[in-house]
Design a protein around this ligand. Sequence first.
Ligand code: SF4
Length: 290
Amino acid sequence: MKYNSIAEIVEEAENCGKKISEIVLEEQSKALEVSENEIFERMKNSLEVMKASVEEGIKSNKRSISGLTGGSAAKMKNYVDSGLSICGNVFGEALVKALAISETNACMGKIVAAPTAGSCGILPAAVLTVMEEKNIDTDTIVKSLFTASAFGIVIAKNASISGAEGGCQAECGSASAMAAAALTEICGGSAKMCAHACAISLKNILGLVCDPVAGLVEIPCIKRNAMGVSNAFVGAELALAGIESAIPVDEVIMAMKKIGNSMPSSLKETAEGGLAATPTAKELTKKVFG
Ligand code: SF4
C-alpha cells in the first residue's frame, strides 16, 4: 500500500471527497493489478469466514485442545438472550461474537486473522454486530473492512501488530483501533472521524502486555477480545459524537512503538511474566504440559 500514515489517507479521502474504503479499494486494485470487483469479492469471502467463525464458536460449546478454555460464548449468548444485559443488545451481541470467534481460534477452527489470530474476534465482532443490529447492507460492511485494513497496514508499517514484538497493545490494541475506524465509517463518520476513533481506541490500550498463560492464545486472550471490541465501540461512539483525540493518530502509533520497544521480553509472548507468571498460571501450565 502506498500510504505511510493515516494522515495521508485522510487527506486523500478529503481531497477526493470519498470514503477511506473507496480510495483504499482503488489504490489496492492498482497496486495489485486486480480489478476492484475481484478484490471486493475476496474481502466478501473473508466476511463469510468471519460469520461462520461466530456460528461455530457459539454452537460448539466445546473446550479448547488444552482444555483451558471454552463455552464462554455460549454462556454469554444465554445471558444476552435472557434480556438481563446491562448495556443492551448491541454491546451484548458484540461480546458474544468476540468470545465466539476467539474460542473458535482456540479450538483450531477457521478464522480471519484481523490482524492476528490472537486478536481475531475484535474487528468481526464489531462490524457483524452493527450489521445485524442496525440492518446495514453487506457491501457497506465489506467496504469498512478496507478502511480497517488500511489503518492496520499503517500500524504494521510504523509500529507493530505482533504481541511478540510490541505486546498485546500491538495485537488487541491494533485490532480495536482498526475496528473503531470501521465502525465510524459504517455509521456515517467522516475520514477524519475514523482517524480520531482509531487514535482514541489505540490510546486506551497503550501499554497492554502480552502474557499468555502456558504460552497458549487462550488466557487472557479470549477475554481480551471482548475488551477490544468494547473499546472499539468507545472510540467510534466518541468520534461520532465529534470528540477528537488531542494526540494525532500517527503520533499515537509512534508512541505505541516506543512503549513496545521499552517492554521487557518477559511481557512479549514469552509466557515468563505478567499473568503467565502467577501461581495459578503455573499450575495450569503444569496441567496442560505435565
Ligand atoms: S496476550 Fe499476547 S497472545 Fe494473547 S491476544 Fe494479546 S498479544 Fe495475542
